[in-house]
Design a protein around this ligand. Sequence first.
Ligand code: FE2
Ligand code: FE2
Length: 290
Amino acid sequence: MAEPQASPTGTPAQDGDAQKGDGEARILFVGDIVGGIGRQTLLDCLPILRERHELTFVVVNGENAAGGLGITPKNADQLFAAGVDVITLGNHTYHRREIYPYLEGDRPIVRPANFLRSQPGRGTCVVERDGLRLGVINLSGNLYLRAGRSAFTEIEVAIGELGAVDHILVDMHAEATSEKIAMGWHLDGRVSAVVGTHTHVPTADARILPGGTAYVTDVGMTGPRGGVIGVKREQAIESLLTQMPVRFETSEEDPWLMGALIRCSGALRAESIEPVLMPRPRPAAGSTDH
Ligand SMILES: [Fe+2]
Ligand SMILES: [Fe+2]
């Protein structure tokens, strides 16, 4: 599998590049990968989905890839080796310190663009496959999450950084549905897709907005449905019941891949978006889960 190439700042715009109308692409976006079980579920599901849908690009949110919180360089390398083109992140970006230099390197991994400029990493990247250039922007909501700057002002800077691209996918990592819906409308007609993450629960509102942008409030997570948004359910219940500190572990029960398939037609336009909700095809026995 060829390694994806990142171009953190994009290239200068060239006349007509974004107006050719031949930007047909199929983008699989995968929601928050939770722990080793989530990574293994992606590894098991991706070859099937790639063949079924003839995917052009695969973008995954990896903010929970390391034991449920953060991501390590080893986790990221594993995802890229599996054919992932871009990794997006969120509020758990900096949970593992060893990822900081990795975020500054040349791999296509992005943290919210509206974090402070002084924080490690970048918020945009461009990858190329089959002659198509995909720009990816990661944003954090400002309600109930720590993000140093407004998603709604910084998105303009982020789009400008991409340069000439065929498609733009925005991962809006946010708690509040209102912020995500507003961002969808704000960017309608200017980007190919606005997809929501962070709540780990898929919403039933995937649609193409009037201007041609694919939108969904949350695609869900890739991890154990048998827990409480990734955590072992008995621990989550104990915490809520006793109101005392409880050590949380990642559930391994009933893992599913959750995401969205976006079919793009012309440049910066989507023609369809559909949920992808897929149970892990193989049982955990004999796997490399860790
Ligand atoms: Fe999150
Ligand atoms: Fe998450």
